[in-house]
Write a protein that binds this ligand. Structure first.
Ligand code: DLZ
Length: 157
C-alpha cells in the first residue's frame, strides 16, 4: 500500500477465493494500468481465475458489483477513473460510486476493493495507475486489500 500511514499488507491463509474485478472504460490508458495491477496482485496472491467484468463508466460500477455479490463472489475489486471537469458532475459521480460500492460491501458482507481514482487532472490519475513512471499502483493495492480482508474474515472462528 502507498500513501502516508499505509500499512504493509500481508495476506495469510487460504486464497482459494472467488474474486471478481469490475472495471469502467473511461480513460483507457489509466484503466489499462489499474486493471493490469489488480490482475497481477491476484495472480501473486494465488487467487484462481478472477472474473473480469467491464462496464461503460464508473457510475455503473455499483450495479455490476451488486450483481456479482449476489452471485456469490467472496470479494469484488472495483476499478475506475473519474476526472474533475468544469461542472459538479464529478462530485455526483464520485458520491454515487462511493456510496453504491459501500452499500454492496456492507449489504453482502464482502470486501469491495476501492480502486476508483478521483482526480483533478489526468496526470494525477496516470501517477497512481501503476503505469511506467507512476509512483503508485492503486489497482494492485485495491485487489490486495480485498483479498486481505476476505482471508482475514475467513480465519475468524
Ligand atoms: C459522463 C462521464 C463523465 C463526464 N466523466 C466520467 C469519468 O471521468 N469517468 C468515468 O468513469 N465515467 C465518466 N462518465 C460516465 C458515467 O460514469 C456513466 O457511465 C454515464 O453517465 C452513463 O451512465
Amino acid at each position: 500500500m502507498s500513501g502516508k500511514g499505509a500499512p504493509e499488507l500481508t495476506v495469510t491463509g487460504d486464497t482459494d477465493l472467488r474474486v471478481a474485478v469490475v472495471a469502467a472504460q473511461w480513460h483507457q490508458t489509466v484503466m489499462d494500468g489499474l486493471l493490469s495491477g489488480a490482475l497481477r496482485a491476484l495472480k501473486e496472491l494465488g487467487v484462481p481465475e478472477p472474473a473480469v467484468v467491464r462496464v461503460p463508466g464508473s457510475f455503473e460500477l455499483p450495479f455490476a458489483a451488486e450483481s456479482l455479490a449476489k452471485s456469490g463472489y467472496d470479494a469484488v475489486v472495483a476499478l475506475g477513473v473519474v476526472i474533475r471537469g468544469g461542472t459538479p458532475h464529478f462530485d455526483y459521480v464520485c458520491q454515487g460510486v462511493t456510496q453504491g460500492l459501500t452499500q454492496v460491501s456492507v449489504g453482502h458482507a464482502i470486501p469491495v476493493g476501492f480502486g476508483v481514482l478521483t482526480c483533478d487532472t489526468e496526470e494525477q490519475a496516470v501517477d497512481r495507475a501503476g503505469l511506467p513512471g507512476s509512483t503508485e499502483d492503486k489497482g494492485h493495492e485495491a485487489a490486495t486489500a480485498a483479498v486481505a480482508a476476505a482471508t482475514t474474515l475467513r480465519a475468524v472462528p
